[in-house]
Design a protein around this ligand. Structure first.
Ligand SMILES: [Zn+2]
Ligand SMILES: [Zn+2]
Length: 291
């Protein structure tokens, strides 16, 4: 369990909330569920803040068009902190800020008809930049990221995702994923690379309970708990030409681009290759005659 030394450390949790949730197929039939997801994320954020006095929280949201920084706000945007209904000022401010900014984001995106993929990799990038800045400012800081999404199939952002995952691994930042949509092999890879937990709740209605059970405990405590078993990760890569997951592909020996069909010129770095054929048979060297 926690030692007294651990109590002095602060733990930063960055929640990346994909508000393209309402567009996801699993949630489209049940619009009330999207509201429940927001409630659950706010309650979970409060729970994280209550775990320790020094705990820190940040929240980034993303949509099909943009990523938005939600919490904490810059000092200039902060409205007056006042206690209401006996609620702690900090929780009150967190809740009001998140609700206001998410509503703004949804209002803006409601006008557009963009049906593209969520900008999840961009939001993860912003989360990691914030973690990096906070780690520079505060030495003893454990940081992790929790992604709540229903659109994890963004194969067109394959490279961006891989860059984010390996950066997180280098920064020692865990990426946890709570997936409300269909299984996402890309996000499974991210959890596996960074040592985080991937979980797809069987009943999204009970999201808060799953969040508190699986994602609230600190990574150090997790091996002492009976958490859901690790999923078998599908490590297929996406080809650069069609953005589809491939079992066997060709890899450029210069830039490591992956393509599903052989091409004599690498589309990324324009290296020329010879067409694969039978290897030329080398003529046997004539032995020098000894005189
Ligand atoms: Zn292809
Ligand atoms: Zn290449």
């Amino acid at each position: 369990m926690d030692t007294s030394e651990d109590l002095t450390e602060s733990s930063l949790l960055v929640v990346v909330l994909d508000v393209g949730l309402s567009r996801a197929t699993t949630l489209r039939n049940d619009p009330a569920l999207a509201g429940q997801v927001l409630e659950a994320v706010i309650a979970f954020s409060n729970a994280h803040m209550m775990m320790r006095l020094k705990n820190l929280l940040a929240l980034v949201a993303c949509d099909t068009e943009t990523t938005e920084w939600i919490y904490p706000e810059s000092k200039a945007d902060m409205s007056d902190l006042r206690q209401q209904d006996g609620q702690h000022e900090l929780f009150n401010e967190l809740e009001r800020t998140v609700r206001r900014k998410i509503a703004q984001l949804l209002k803006r995106s409601a006008g557009s008809n963009s049906k593209g993929e969520s900008m999840l990799s961009g939001a993860l990038g912003r989360a990691l930049c914030y973690v990096h800045r906070m780690q520079q400012e505060e030495r003893q800081l454990n940081a992790r990221v929790l992604v709540v999404t229903a659109n994890g199939q963004s194969v067109s952002q394959y490279m961006n995702f891989m860059n984010v995952f390996f950066t997180a691994q280098k920064q020692n930042v865990l990426i946890d994923v709570c997936c409300l949509g269909p299984e996402s092999s890309l996000l499974q890879q991210g959890c596996d690379i960074t040592g985080g937990q991937y979980f797809r709740p069987p009943q999204p209605q009970g999201l808060l309970q799953y969040l508190l059970w699986v994602f609230l405990p600190e990574p150090l405590l997790r091996n002492k708990l009976a958490l859901p078993p690790r999923v078998k990760v599908d490590y297929r890569a996406a080809c650069f030409c069609h953005r589809e997951l491939v079992d066997i592909g060709f890899v450029c020996s210069v830039c490591l681009s992956i393509v599903c069909k052989f091409s004599p010129i690498c589309t990324t770095c324009h290296t020329l290759f010879k067409t694969p054929g039978t290897l030329p048979i080398k003529p046997k060297r004539k032995k020098a005659k000894l005189v």
